[in-house]
Ligand binder design. Sequence first.
Ligand SMILES: *Cc1c(COP(=O)(O)O)cnc(C)c1O
Length: 463
Amino acid sequence: MSTERPRPPSVEAVLAAARRRGDGTREPDAMLRVAREAVADERDRLAAGADPLGIDGLADELAARLAGFERAGATPVINATGVIVHTNLGRAPWPEAAIRAAKEAAGGYLLLELDQDTGRRGARFRTAEEHLVALTGAEDALVTNNNAGALALAVGLAGRGGGVVVSRGELVEIGGGVRIPEIVRRAGGRLIEVGTTNRTRVGDFEAPLSEDRARLVLRVHPSNFRVDGFTEAPDPGGLARLAHAHGAIVVDDLGSGALLATEAFGLMHEPTPREQLAAGADLVTFSGDKLVGGPQAGLVVGRADLIARLRRDPLARAMRPDKATLAGVAATLGLYRAGRAVEAIPVWSMIATPAASIQERAEAVAASLCGSAASLGDSTAAEVVAVESTVGGGSLPGETLPSFAVALALRSATRVLATLRRGSPAVVGRIADGRVLLDLRTVHPDDDEQLTEAILRAIEVPA
Ligand SMILES: *Cc1c(COP(=O)(O)O)cnc(C)c1O
């Protein structure tokens, strides 16, 4: 063996080889940049004692790297967790109509801020806001890029240093370390806490409101946790009357904001924006990608004068959604008005799927696994078990839907779970009682076959 380290070919030689093979139609600067990276990596590999790729090998490598940049970014995922609105997996899958609308908006031009009759600059695309008005009975509506933004904007109505009064039972962490007290402070408000963790009454708001210390009452829906036992929350109507008697604004952050009655699906009642407005809230904010089931957005509904103030706020400009999102939100909301929400919005279709049809699919997946894999010849290795799915995404905490999962009883459940997760598509499941559980409520029926294949690939990986 030679003591001298082999040297990689020159960047020029690799580029010349690539051009000879017809890979020369790309912009030369981009090719040069990637060829340099490939040659630099080859130098490191050789220094570590690896076999040289050679000029042709490096030209292949260059072609593969360049092609890789052209592929769409994210790895597709099969969500077999049974958590319908899964924050780590991108929350709501969009309805077909929203995908189509966003694609059209993205790929062409639209009347975003142009009045079709006058040809002059008009109000920014209003369709989503018009749907919100019709669906909630609000005077007006505004769409921002997410609900945290909508909330910060609404709290800003208290003005710099203005008192914002919140029950101690509602000073929550939304997720990802974002907490209500910090949002209030960053929005310029001065937080006034009243009541206790488990019990707060309307009377607790009396002092800060009557002493003119509070300009805004903020109610935050406890969307991602539940307090049981000796609890009491202020009646929304009573609180709104008290706030209004003292000239304060009531902002209600609903979080998930259902536009359909959740109790019709065997779930606990989730307050709706319409109800909160009827109970006296001046503004209600909620997410576009939780129970609404569309693109990420913040939806604000309520009093026309307040919405007009929010629209004029320079921060509203910083929080406005782009044309594709706006088109997707409008298309999603349109499905509610068209009476097609349950059938066409995936979040609601998944909520509405009867357990029996999930069981049938799970049986089929388990049967084809046992039929195809020698290692699963034992019929108990892949069986169907009853499980509970959850709505997730900070909606309906503690509420579950009966469902069925394919359970894999294999030697190393953790390893199989990791192998499934690292595949393409990535399959995300969970472990219970030492078995990998794949809940089919959150798997699209069209993906059952892909799921079966992914499981077969994962269990064939040697231990
Ligand atoms: C989820 C949630 C938010 C944040 O909404 P995003 O759309 O994620 O910004 C705010 N408040 C409550 C109560 C929530 O549940």
